[in-house]
Design a protein around this ligand. Structure first.
Ligand code: GCU
Length: 426
């Protein structure tokens, strides 16, 4: 990363956390340990035995370790975000819900702006719990309603109706079948959503987005290179900025915000929730390697493979672990542990072995000591449950039959899990 940009990102952090990171050894100097590091043992070997000690020492240390060796820094908002509610439509879905079309911006025309859609149930009596869903193909893909603006940025060509990397009117509703808004509203939940592309496009080549803006602000002449970026951290930043808005919306319950993402967006959901306690519950769905699957795992995608195919997702340091995952001073159970005592559901599909569902069950078990320390229980079952059985303890687990995708059936499980922890909305 270029020095000037490093400086801009650095001002966002306290002297204490920077000092911590400065003392971390080079990856090659870290000890090799095949066993997963103890989430309750600090880097200096001392053991955490109290909640106060976890909060004061180990939690900040783990946050630093994940940023330093894997994801890169999650920038803070460099300036206060501004929220513009462009439209409030009470006749959404035939009057079932109210659609709000919101723009999150930063008072600088060269900064990214995030389009956020928020749909609330009209039958609600008070403030409602909300799912913030991270989408791949634009908010407009979730519903055919033409009042939802088409995503303005680069999109995957696999998104329905996209041409030359951009949305067209034919893209509207392209993913509506996977986002059952009507049912979500009927169950008394609100749904908010934003597209990662608004924050930082998922391209190796450096073009536009959060890092381009930060680089320009810092006066850097060379932008961060693909292999030293941290796009997942940028997307997590985007989720945090959307939460900045959600906590101000009088129709939403700021204490019941659940963050949902599928696959690469699931990796983002876990990272964002682990670093922001305003997010009360997280559902990283089929997140796999770089998210909920163990880095030291031997099933499915490896660290080497993900770093090669998606170099821009992680920081340069992470590449040093390609063939030496045993040197990592954490594994992904430590990221799950950063959620404690908040509920987190690792949901998967049996045929999606690329995401290593059984390895994810081990990740949950290994995070449990931190949940127990915080009085939040462990995983309710000791062995991996049958396919189709929801384990709804705070460390939650679910595997359904089928392949890698997010379906209406998955959303029913997400709502069942949220009901168990938030209480049913009505
Ligand atoms: C690829 C990648 C996964 C990722 C997935 C997705 O399969 O290897 O790590 O989760 O894409 O985001 O759909």
């Amino acid at each position: 990363m270029v020095p000037a940009l490093r400086r801009v990102l650095a001002i966002a952090f306290t002297g204490a956390s920077l000092a911590l990171a400065a003392n971390f050894p080079d990856p090659a100097a870290l000890p090799v340990r095949q066993a997963w590091p103890d989430p309750l043992q600090c880097l200096d070997g001392s053991q955490v035995t109290s909640v106060a000690d976890w909060n004061a020492r180990r939690k900040p240390e783990l946050r630093e370790l994940f940023q330093h060796y894997m994801y890169g820094r999650i920038p803070v908002a460099p300036v206060a975000p501004q929220f513009k509610v462009n439209g409030v439509y009470r006749d959404f879905l035939g009057g079932k819900g109210t659609l709000k079309v919101v723009t999150v911006s930063f008072g600088d025309p060269s900064a990214p702006t995030i389009d956020l859609m928020v749909v609330t149930p009209n039958q609600a009596k008070g403030r409602v719990p909300v799912f913030l869903g991270i989408n791949f193909c634009g908010n407009h893909a979730l519903s055919e309603d033409p009042r939802i603006p088409l995503a303005k940025g680069w999109l995957y060509d696999s998104c329905k109706g996209c041409k030359d990397g951009h949305a067209t009117d034919a893209s509207r509703g392209g993913q509506a079948v996977d986002w059952p808004i009507r049912e979500i509203l009927d169950r008394g939940y609100a749904l908010a959503s934003f597209c990662t592309s608004d924050v930082d496009p998922d391209r190796k080549e450096f073009t536009e987005g959060l890092y381009a803006w930060l680089a320009a602000k810092s006066g850097a002449t060379t932008p961060p290179q693909p292999a030293d970026r941290g796009t997942i951290a940028a997307w997590a930043w985007g989720a945090h900025r959307c939460v900045d808005y959600l906590v101000t919306d009088p129709d939403l319950d700021p204490k019941r915000i659940a963050l949902v993402g599928h696959s690469r967006n699931g990796k983002t959901a876990l990272l964002a929730a682990a670093f922001d306690e305003r997010i009360a519950l997280a559902i990283p769905h089929q997140a796999g390697c770089g998210g909920t699957a163990p880095n030291r795992g031997t099933v499915g995608e490896s660290v080497q493979r993900i770093n090669t195919a998606f170099p821009h997702w992680f920081t340069a340091n992470f590449k040093a672990f390609n063939s030496e995952t045993a040197r990592l001073p954490f594994d992904q159970h430590c990221l799950v542990a950063l959620m404690a005592p908040r509920p987190v559901l690792l949901s998967n599909a049996k045929e999606d072995q690329w995401a290593n569902p059984s390895g994810q069950f081990e990740v949950l078990q290994a995070a449990a000591p931190v949940y127990r320390l915080l009085g939040a229980g462990g995983v309710e079952v000791a062995v991996e449950p049958e396919v189709g059985t929801l384990v709804a303890s705070r460390l939650g687990y679910y595997v359904r039959p089928g392949k890698h995708s997010m379906t209406v059936g998955d959303w029913r499980i997400f709502m069942q899990f949220a009901d168990a922890h938030f209480g049913e909305p009505h």
